[in-house]
Design a protein around this ligand. Structure first.
Ligand SMILES: O=C(O)/C=C/c1cccc(O)c1O
Ligand SMILES: [Fe+2]
Length: 316
């Protein structure tokens, strides 16, 4: 019999680099521990992990809206674990075919490079990149033109229908969001050497990577001290979004426009589409018979994150 579990969490490579204080860090740790415990209890056969990329694996020389990896490796940015994920190639390929058959155009990568967007949740919740088989599903969340919330919902729906046919213990996991605005360059305004890296940054040197990471850490330090031009985290929007998920209101998810997400959740707020896809997958796979509990939320400027966790399980 198929069994389904939904887990969503924010990621931030600033965790462990900047410190929002003991109380907040232990709150976050407890929220992560709840996810870890239910994941371990669930004993998944496979995790369908919806995640973004930050110009580390996907570039403007060929930028898909969605891509399923039949093999994937983490680049180890920001000190995350580096190396291969345990991707079941046949299953991932079948998933891609099923998604295409359901009318959602999705690219395939037989050598997907992933960054902290995929590596951090696996590391935080399982202690490794290859503890469980994982089908990595990329959603373009930072490189306009972006897919809509509606298309992300349909992607999730197609993955959920496929997963429900498997007779396996399946986790739908999302990594991203909620509202946040780290300093990600834009192709439209970038100087030539930065634009080149957005087009094809596959071969940056360790020094260039180190400089980029140091810039983000410095930007977070300024953001946390209130001396930054970066737009603020938006807890009101984040709570509204979590409410929609709690109500299982798929139609409301479709109504989030890209303009609204950028204006209210920030340029990187589009990472919520990973949550939209995972919740939609859970809805499709269970026929809507599941309950969602948003378990933790806090705006954490030191981590440039509206940081949240959510779980969902089938109704008994
Ligand atoms: O520098 C990057 O690649 C991104 C950093 C970042 C910072 C805060 C929240 C996030 O979701 C990020 O990806
Ligand atoms: Fe991110």
């Amino acid at each position: 019999m198929s069994a389904m579990l939904l887990q969503c969490l924010s990621h931030t490579p600033l965790m462990g680099r900047l410190h929002p204080g003991q109380e907040i860090e232990s709150e976050v740790e407890q929220a992560l521990q709840r996810l870890r415990d239910s994941l371990a209890r669930f004993e998944p056969d496979v995790i369908f992990l919806f995640g973004p990329d930050h110009f580390n694996g996907f570039f403007y020389d060929l930028m898909p809206s969605f891509c399923i990896g039949t093999a994937a490796s983490s680049i180890g940015d920001y000190g995350c674990l580096k190396g291969p994920l345990d991707v079941p190639a046949g299953l991932a390929g079948e998933c891609a075919q099923a998604v295409l058959d359901q009318g959602v155009d999705c690219a395939v990568s037989h050598r997907m490079r992933v960054d902290h967007g995929f590596a951090q949740p696996l590391q935080l919740l399982t202690g490794a990149l290859d503890r469980y088989p994982v089908v990595p599903i990329f959603i373009n969340s930072v490189a306009p033109p972006l897919p809509s919330a509606h298309r992300a919902r349909l992607l999730g729906d197609a993955v959920g229908r496929f997963a429900s046919s498997l007779d396996r213990r399946v986790v739908f996991m999302a990594s991203g969001g909620l509202s946040h605005n780290p300093p990600v360059p834009s192709l439209a305004t970038a100087p030539p050497e930065v634009a080149e890296r957005l087009l094809d940054g596959r071969h940056v040197t360790p020094e260039q990577r180190g400089e980029r990471e140091a810039r983000t850490i410095e930007a977070a330090r300024q953001f946390a001290s209130g001396q930054s031009g970066l737009p603020p985290i938006n807890p009101d929007w984040d709570h509204d979004f979590l409410d929609v998920l709690k109500r299982l209101d798929m139609a409301a998810l479709d109504a989030f426009s890209n303009t609204e997400i950028t204006a209210r959740a920030g340029n990187s707020g589009h990472e919520v589409k990973t949550w939209i896809a995972a919740n939609s997958a859970m809805s499709a796979a269970t026929g809507g018979r599941y309950e969602v509990s948003p378990e933790y939320y806090r705006a954490i400027p030191e981590w440039i994150a509206g940081f949240a966790t959510l779980q969902g399980a089938t109704c008994r």
